[in-house]
Design a protein. Structure first.
Length: 129
């Protein structure tokens, strides 16, 4: 099955007005994401670097799917989201060109990791630098 790496630290999912400027993204962060729609500007950053004035939902943990993944691959997210759904763990998925990222509530991390491992996925922490 899939290999995932649990990133260190807590992350925040932030909502800004759709016409807000994109905030400066943190230098050296293992992960940050920006998405703009007609209705909102969403930013995911380390919790300590949430942009001022944003609606902030903190306490998320980030799991990185081993990649790069082929853009034509099918079922990757479904294979990860299904065991989480069956365990009742919310997931905030994000896809990038190279891989997928899953945000799960930090308070439910143990349950999320247990469900993923029970489904045959391997979850590790990053190697020390």
């Amino acid at each position: 099955m899939g290999d995932l790496t649990l990133l260190d630290g807590a992350w925040a999912v932030c909502r800004l007005a759709p016409d807000a400027p994109v905030p400066a993204l943190p230098d050296g962060a293992a992960f940050a994401c920006v998405a703009r729609t007609a209705d909102e500007l969403s930013v995911v950053v380390p919790e300590s670097q949430a942009p001022p004035g944003a609606r902030v939902e903190g306490g998320w943990r980030v799991l990185q799917v081993a990649g790069p993944l082929d853009l034509t691959a099918t079922g990757v997210l479904a294979a990860l989201a299904d065991p989480l759904a069956r365990a009742g763990v919310p997931v905030f998925p994000i896809a990038t060109f190279d891989t997928d990222w899953l945000l799960v509530p930090g308070a439910r991390l143990g349950q999320a990791v247990g469900a993923l491992r029970a489904a045959g996925h391997r979850v590790t922490r990053p190697a020390a630098a």
